[in-house]
Design a protein around this ligand. Structure first.
Ligand SMILES: *Cc1c(COP(=O)(O)O)cnc(C)c1O
Length: 471
């Protein structure tokens, strides 16, 4: 299997190449050159397997002929060993034909663990095989940084530098990051905003000399390996509810469009997904595009579901590539419109296809809070604000007859105790593993929001040099 760029002018790479490069050389995102197909009997045969075994069968066709295939079985079994639920991604029922898929049983209590634990292991093994080192640099508003640090701590071929805005992440989020004491983990608290952190990271990637010297790589959801590791739970949950004989619908709390794109991939592979519902908070550029066919991101609004406080959904470019019949020149022209005029307009055909598969609804802050309360009163279940946005969106979707609706629950309520307490009057129970971690000593360096200072800090501490930065 080869991976091609959505912008059409970068060379196709193997899975291992795309994994380490993260972003294609022409600024596009990697996509598999074809969608592998699972036949109905292969889908049915996933029933009852351990999560890691089912994920293996879903991911394997993407790694055919790649050196990473030999790692796949061990990577998956190691990645999910540390989860605190034997099913890894269990389903629970909250209403007639209405289910919640619990994706928060990993070490940092958010769904990002499901993919990050896999990607970190693939990267470390690939680098060792090549005799190389790499440097992961990322900006975070909380969850991604915590999941990345937890997944990469102690690995020997990768240094990790995570920038967060000083004083602007929650206590729980900060401590999840700064209590890692392994020498390959470096926390930088930037005296500025999340946008300052992101601008510094972008500038680092844009500096060719630094890039080559440090072997920079990215682990946010523009890396196709992240998406790939998220396809598995669409299959396992759908099979539990009767697929391939019965179609299933999903509602996905959405920020960067990575998680829901994994649902699209599952559908493209043959899973009978009747509908994919995009759920957003007040940052509603996607639901607005569903009304008009025009995608026009506005400024970011801070909400109680901060991991979805994103207007520019990077992975939407992957869906555009599909809607445009994989015409890279069309993607280039839409992305150019977005850059020049801050918006783009879908064609009739693209818009029609989008609406055939997807719907989109946004939930405001009051509705989110009422949903946390409503679910608690009706079922006794405590859900976090991101999950509540998903449940609220699923309730706006027209009934789908006998098709079950699965809402992805992306974070544990204990990560957002204040919002939960506001809604139901009591704080969510804190899992013991979180309590232990939060008591430990913190390690973090405060730096000004200045590119040169941050770059010098990274160069001085990264254990590179890298031998040959070709990806
Ligand atoms: C990252 C995140 C999301 C959004 O996922 P995308 O793949 O960016 O759409 C939703 N909920 C939580 C809790 C997250 O951490």
């Amino acid at each position: 299997m080869k991976f091609i760029s959505t912008r059409g002018s970068a060379p196709a790479l193997s899975f291992e190449g795309a994994l380490l490069a993260a972003l294609a050389g022409d600024g596009g995102l990697f996509m598999p050159e074809v969608w592998p197909q699972l036949k109905p009997d292969e889908i049915a045969a996933l029933a009852g397997l351990d999560y890691a075994d089912a994920a293996y069968r879903v991911m394997r066709p993407y790694l055919e002929g790649d050196p990473c295939l030999a790692d796949l079985e061990d990577v998956l079994s190691e990645a999910y060993e540390g989860f605190h639920h034997p099913a890894v991604a269990p389903l629970s029922q909250i209403g007639p034909n209405s289910f919640v898929l619990e994706l928060f049983h990993g070490p940092t209590l958010a769904f990002k663990d499901l993919a990050m634990q896999v990607v970190s292991r693939f990267m470390n093994r690939a680098l060792r095989r090549r005799g190389q080192r790499a440097t992961v640099v990322g900006a975070t508003s909380g969850d991604t940084g915590a999941a990345a640090i937890e997944a990469f701590r102690g690995l020997d071929a990768i240094d990790v530098f995570i920038l967060h805005p000083e004083g602007r992440v929650s206590d729980v989020q900060r401590r999840q990051m700064t209590t890692a004491t392994e020498p390959n983990i470096h926390n930088i608290a930037v005296q500025g905003t999340f946008d300052d952190c992101q601008a510094i990271v972008k500038a680092l990637f844009g500096d060719q000399e630094l890039n080559a010297r440090l072997g920079l790589t990215g682990i946010n959801s523009i890396n196709f390996a992240r998406i790939l590791a998220q396809i598995g739970y669409y299959f396992t949950s759908a099979v539990t509810l009767g697929a391939p004989y019965r179609p299933v619908a999903f509602t996905v709390p959405t920020g960067n469009f990575g998680d829901i794109f994994a649902g699209y991939a599952a559908r493209a592979m043959g899973l009978p997904v009747q509908r994919l519902v995009i759920a957003t908070n007040l940052n509603d550029s996607l639901p607005r595009a569903f009304a008009s066919g025009t995608y026009e991101p506005h400024g970011v609004i801070a909400t109680a579901s901060p991991s979805m406080d994103i207007q520019l959904a990077s992975n939407f470019e992957r869906l555009l590539f599909e809607l445009a019949g994989r015409d890279a020149s069309r993607v280039r022209s839409l992305m150019e419109d977005l850059r020049r005029q801050g918006s783009f307009q879908l064609s009739q055909g693209e818009f029609g296809q989008l609406r055939e598969i997807f719907s989109a609804h946004s939930a405001g802050e009051d509705v989110t809070e009422m949903t946390i309360r409503g679910v608690f009163e009706e079922t006794g279940m405590v859900v976090d604000p991101h999950t509540a946005v998903g449940i609220a969106a699923s309730q706006q979707e027209a009934a789908l007859g006998t098709t079950p609706m699965v809402v992805l629950s992306t974070a544990h309520p204990a990560k957002f105790p204040d919002a939960v307490k506001r809604a139901i009057g009591i704080a969510p129970a804190q899992p013991e593993r979180l309590t232990l971690k939060l008591g430990s000593e913190e390690r973090c360096t405060v730096l000004p929001a200045d590119f040169g200072t941050v770059a010098d800090f990274i160069v001085a501490r990264a254990a590179s040099p890298l031998t040959g930065a070709e990806a």
